[in-house]
Design a protein around this ligand. Structure first.
Ligand code: FES
Length: 196
């Protein structure tokens, strides 16, 4: 009795053909997998591309983090305080938002130790629990409506409610403009602790 065996090439695909089939399948799989990601590529590259579109000069910024706030001429000569907004350009990897208000300050004309005209800058944030400090022109005092903290014109506390006086901020004047280095401080502590 004789049994005929099938030729070897009928039982298995030739190695070269098998390799091409697998390689083609892998390529098609990779294309199908990557295709949905393609629309997102411009979004991922956006921060890199946008750098070219951003303004090279930020108009409100002076040197060393000082921000232009107003002019010396805008302050009353009698030394009474005026409140001003502090504006900065906000920027992260994806967004550039110009001229955003980041806080407010009290500014007033004072005399320095040598009798020369200078500018005093105080934060409007109450050092008690963070409400906004107001000014009573009749009493020539700052006061906070939340829990009745009171401060003199230099920001020194006048009662026991606030843990410290009003927070002073660095101020500079250049060509008649007032620049402020704006900071934020922790409330409810006797020491001035910067938080932002
Ligand atoms: S937050 Fe100003 S007195 Fe309390």
């Amino acid at each position: 009795m004789s049994h005929e065996l099938a030729p070897a090439h009928d039982l298995a695909e030739p190695p070269r053909r098998s390799f091409l089939v697998r390689a083609s399948a892998a390529l098609i799989g990779a294309i199908v997998g990557i295709a949905p990601l393609i629309p997102g590529i411009p979004f991922l590259l956006d921060p890199v591309l946008r750098k070219k579109k951003r303004p090279t000069e930020q108009p409100v910024r002076g040197k060393d983090g000082f921000l232009k706030v107003t002019t010396v001429d805008s302050l009353p000569a009698d030394g009474s305080p005026q409140q001003f907004a502090v504006v900065d350009d906000l920027q992260d990897a994806w967004n550039f938002i110009p001229n955003q208000e980041i806080g407010t300050v009290w500014l007033r004309k004072v005399k320095d130790a040598e009798g020369k005209e200078a500018v005093q800058c105080l934060s409007t944030v109450c050092p008690h629990l963070g409400c906004s400090v107001d000014y009573k022109s009749a009493d020539k005092q700052f006061f906070c409506p939340c829990h009745t903290s009171a401060f003199d014109l230099d920001g020194k506390k006048l009662n026991a409610i606030p843990p410290r006086g009003m927070d002073s901020l660095e101020v500079d004047t250049q060509n008649g403009e007032i620049l402020v280095r704006f900071k934020k401080f922790r409330g409810g502590t006797p020491n001035k602790e910067q938080v932002g």
